[in-house]
Design a protein around this ligand. Structure first.
Ligand code: MRU
Length: 350
């Protein structure tokens, strides 16, 4: 493990000496190691293989990937191909496309003047701004979200939404950590989050090192814990939020939301405004990534499904807005009529 003290926040995405440094999330909790990347292909691969994962973290990483594309300048066509490869690395989290488009737009006027060096400087400024804004947004999300956490409460969460899923600070986990830091008595149930175990490997590790009491449960245990009154509230993150408040998040989130509604448990979503996609009127237009069957098979010690069976491995699902009690953003808490609240959130001057 590294020298980072246990309670210090982690920086998941950083620009160091002309390279992109990422915490290798495939190694946690066994090792806290950084990888250094120098090409857009390496960044694309890191996103696809989940060395870096979590919507805001992959967005920031890809923005720096655009800088790496300019650093090895091979002409405009090659640059456009690099931008496209980064944009397409994963389909569901809209932060990826949003951040790549922001970085590429910063480059465009300089490239029109055939000045790739100027474009590199502009893209680095933009990528640093994306990283800084994510950190600031997470601080505000934690502050706003605190109002939803009772003094003494048990919180259930799904997947990972901590430092590791963002540049630093976390979204849903940022709220939980802030509640603990400011003296609330909070305990957490972390769904293990099959098939990639973000809850077991990442969330439990992050909460453990922050001193927050955490119990990992199999995903299927959430319903009975809610039924027996052991969960006071649910907080999860998001990969994309449609204009009507439908929320795409890690597969299994929808089941948690249905159970929460059935047992009268509030179900909250925490996400920065970079996770909203107004071009999707509802969750139906959000593309859902399907990942390799081996992700399901390997934890069971199998290389192939039993004869005659297939594996289907969707990485995300969509929770309809009517199951969401509130959405916490850096600009405040949205509740009630999400169509109006989201329209107001993005109104010019808001
Ligand atoms: O497949 P992953 O691990 O990238 O999925 C991540 C999630 O679903 C997170 O809950 C989401 O990105 C919110 S991160 C603040």
């Amino acid at each position: 493990m590294s020298e980072i003290p246990d309670n210090a926040p982690l920086r998941t995405v950083e620009w160091v000496d002309g390279q992109l440094a990422l915490i290798d999330q495939t190694r946690i909790p066994l090792a806290l190691e950084y990888v250094r990347l120098s090409t857009p292909e390496e960044v694309e691969a890191a996103i696809r293989t989940m060395v870096v994962r979590g919507a805001p973290a992959i967005g920031a990483a890809a923005a720096y990937g655009v800088a790496l594309a300019l650093q090895r300048w091979n002409g405009r066509d090659a640059f456009e191909r690099d931008v496209q490869r980064l944009r397409d690395a994963r389909p569901t989290a809209v932060n990826l496309r949003w951040a790549v488009d922001r970085a590429a737009s910063a480059a465009a006027p300089w490239l029109d003047r055939e000045d790739p060096a100027g474009a590199l400087e502009a893209v680095l400024r933009e990528a640093h701004a994306i990283a800084r804004e994510d950190e600031e947004a997470n601080r505000s999300i934690a502050r706003h979200g605190l109002h939803l956490v009772p003094e003494d409460s048990t919180i259930l969460t799904h997947c990972n939404t901590g430092d590791l899923a963002t540049v630093t600070g976390g979204t849903a986990l940022g709220i939980i950590r802030e509640a603990f830091r400011t003296g609330r008595r909070v305990r957490v149930f972390a769904d293990e989050t099959r098939p990639r175990f973000q809850g077991l490997k990442l969330t439990a590790w992050e909460l453990g090192r922050a001193g927050v009491p955490v119990t990992v449960i199999p995903d299927g245990a959430a319903a009975s814990l809610m039924k027996s009154g052991q969960v006071d509230l649910v907080i999860v993150g998001a990969d994309r939020i449609a204009a009507n408040g439908d929320v795409a998040n890690k597969i299994g989130t929808y089941s948690v939301a249905v159970c929460a509604r059935a047992h009268g448990v509030p179900f909250y979503v925490a996400a920065p405004t970079s996770t909203f996609d107004l071009s999707c009127p509802t969750g139906q237009s959000i593309p859902i990534e399907e990942r390799d069957a081996l992700e399901v098979l390997e934890p069971a010690g199998l290389e192939a499904p039993p004869p005659g069976a297939r594996v289907f491995n969707p990485a995300f699902d969509v929770t309809p807005a009517d199951l969401v009690s509130a959405i916490v953003t850096e600009k405040g808490i949205l509740q009630g009529d999400y169509v109006r609240a989201i329209r107001d959130l993005f109104a010019p001057g808001a």
